[in-house]
Ligand binder design. Structure first.
Ligand code: FAD
Ligand code: DLZ
Ligand code: SF4
Length: 511
């Protein structure tokens, strides 16, 4: 039987389930570059280059193995521009009798997939994506009947299941979580790991020219592209992180520094999410460094928690709660996204630094995403759908299964507390403690009100006041509301007024 095996752009793993049992004598692998995927949100130019170049390199590696690949280029004549259109055309071209595909990472595509059999006139077998450490069935079983779906409980189950960082039934070192040791600000003069840059080869340069030609209006800088595009390069990036970044990862996980875009972060999410690296091998590389005494337990636990815990958890939550999940708007946030999210033109130095780094690298690290752009969006009451579209298009690692729970649930508390027990709302004091951004800012993080007061301060108080009915009853907001109760009525009124003026100015048309 002649089978078409359809590989999507974020399924670039030789071990993907749709390639299991491939018969290279008869089967054909289909890969398609389509305009719909590049524009359903207008992705950062570097993300487009990353995905398309990695697809082309992956296709080439399959061909080198003797597998026939039918690869449709974006600018090829007759390209119908969508997964469905191109699959239908390929089924006709090959006269194949069935299609095999692995389930996708986005609800939008899963929805399309369920219609492919009827639309293409052949059976379409949709296989599980086995690249995760927790299957969707196992996640559903874990979640069933639970009142609280907190990541920490899920993580402990996964630690026991994998046996990672366990001494029998007890966590290694006696604690499940070393987060409290992971909150140090960066000491002055500390040497930081250098970013491993991958120079574009001819294939990547060809894609860069294509993106320049077709998608130059998309957000982001293209010429500084330095991402890995093959599995071999991604393995080099993993090795580099384990040697240079992992030992300092724990301590400085939440730190931010002016002019330093990467600190001790792994820069591995784009490769994990594309399929160039597997979650298991990445965690095992960190565990091996611990066993060689090359990284401390707190750093390795912190890193493993991000992948075995957070990454698996958000994927499970996404598929458990979609498609309804994205519709909630617990805080009734409706303000449009301010223009500076695109231009980085703002006097708020922390936001300027984070958005500018995002523009240059298609990357910002977790605390920048959560506590700078995310925190601002939360405090300012920006509409979740606009903020989510922004996160989905600006980052090289963004796919909805991972972006949405992080943005909707973690950063914006739009799900009302499914993911987080309280909003991650913080004033300028937090940013001042964890970074040196405030030193280069026109605003003062220590001032609450007045012309030079840090906007995060009056917005924070206004956020508490505006959302009092929704949040006062939350036990984890008790301290925040007790602090608010100490403010005289008049000061509360003035803080709200300043916030109101500031927010109105954000919406004012530019000169
Ligand atoms: P490190 O900080 O070095 O962490 C190591 C690895 O852990 C990452 O490579 C990643 O695979 C995993 N990880 C860490 N935190 C998370 C998390 N919260 N959820 C899932 N995996 C995690 N991550 C994405 O992969 N894609 C997204 O679209 C995305 N959107 C986000 C949006 C918001 C608002 C926030 C707050 C976080 C988002 N994250 C997203 C999570 C996290 O910020 C990134 O995974 C991380 O910054 C990637 O950089 P890194 O590889 O250097 O990670
Ligand atoms: C992100 C992306 C882009 C920009 N382009 C393509 C493409 O041309 N062809 C393809 O197969 N996949 C692409 N992708 C990745 C898909 O958007 C991704 O597979 C789906 O969102 C499901 O997660
Ligand atoms: Fe950001 Fe406020 Fe610090 Fe300026 S003063 S960098 S706006 S936190």
């Amino acid at each position: 039987m002649n089978t078409l095996r359809f590989i999507l752009g974020d399924q670039l793993s030789r071990t993907i389930s749709s390639l299991d049992d491939i018969d290279s004598g008869h089967d054909v692998v289909l890969m398609v570059e389509v305009r719909e995927e590049a524009t359903y949100v207008p992705h950062h130019q570097q993300k487009l280059v990353l995905v398309l170049s990695a697809m082309r390199h992956f296709a080439r590696s399959l061909e080198q193995e003797g597998i026939e690949v039918d690869y449709v280029h974006l600018d090829e004549e007759g390209n119908r521009g969508s997964f469905t259109g191109e699959l239908r055309r390929a089924v006709e071209r090959h006269g194949c009798e069935r299609v095999i595909v692995t389930e996708p990472g986005e609800w939008r595509v899963r929805d399309m997939m369920t219609r492919w059999s009827a639309e293409c006139g052949v059976p379409v077998e949709i296989r599980d994506d086995e690249r995760f450490l927790c299957s969707l069935d196992d996640f559903r079983a874990w979640a069933a009947g639970r009142k609280s779906l907190r990541m920490e409980y899920f993580y402990r189950v996964m630690r026991r299941r994998t046996g990672w960082l366990m001494d029998g039934d007890r966590p290694s070192g006696g604690r499940w979580n070393y987060d409290s040791e992971n909150r140090k600000a960066l000491p002055r003069g500390m040497t930081l790991p250098r970013r491993l840059r991958f120079e574009p080869d001819e294939l990547t340069r060809e894609v860069m020219r294509l993106v320049e030609r077709e998608f130059s209006s998309h957000f982001g800088e293209l010429h500084s592209f330095a991402w890995a595009v093959t599995r071999e390069q991604a393995l080099e990036a993993l090795d580099h992180f384990v040697t240079e970044g992992l030992p300092g990862f724990g301590n400085f996980q939440d730190a931010m520094k002016q002019g330093e875009d990467f600190l001790f972060h792994a820069l591995l999410s784009p490769y994990l999410n594309l399929g160039l690296l597997g979650a298991r091998e990445v965690c095992e590389a960190a565990l091996a460094a611990l066993h060689r005494n090359e990284a401390p337990l707190a750093a390795v636990e912190g890193f493993v928690r991000q992948i075995l815990g957070w990454r698996e958890y958000v994927r499970g939550l996404y598929w458990l709660r979609m498609p309804e999940y994205e519709n909630s708007n617990f805080l009734d946030a409706r303000r449009p996204l301010p223009g500076f999210y695109w231009t980085a033109e703002t006097d708020m130095n922390c936001l300027r630094e984070t958005i500018d780094a995002t523009r240059r690298n298609a990357y910002a690290h977790h605390i920048q995403r959560l506590m700078v752009t995310g925190n601002f969006a939360l405090l300012a009451g920006l509409a979740p759908s606009e903020v989510e579209a922004w996160y989905l298009l600006v980052y090289a690692d963004a796919y909805e299964w991972v972006e949405l729970p992080n943005t909707h649930g973690m950063a914006l508390f739009a799900d009302g507390g499914v993911l987080a027990s309280k909003p991650y709302a913080a004033s300028g004091a937090y940013i001042n403690r964890m970074s040196d951004y405030c030193r280069g800012c026109r605003y003062n993080p220590k001032e609450r009100q007045g012309e030079t007061a840090c906007p995060f301060n009056f917005l924070y108080w206004d956020f508490l006041i505006r959302n009092e009915e929704r949040l006062r009853g939350n036990p984890r907001m008790g301290l925040a509301y007790r602090n608010l109760d100490r403010l005289p009525d008049e000061q509360r009124r003035e803080l709200s007024e300043q916030a109101c003026e500031f927010l109105a100015a954000l919406e004012a048309p530019e000169d």
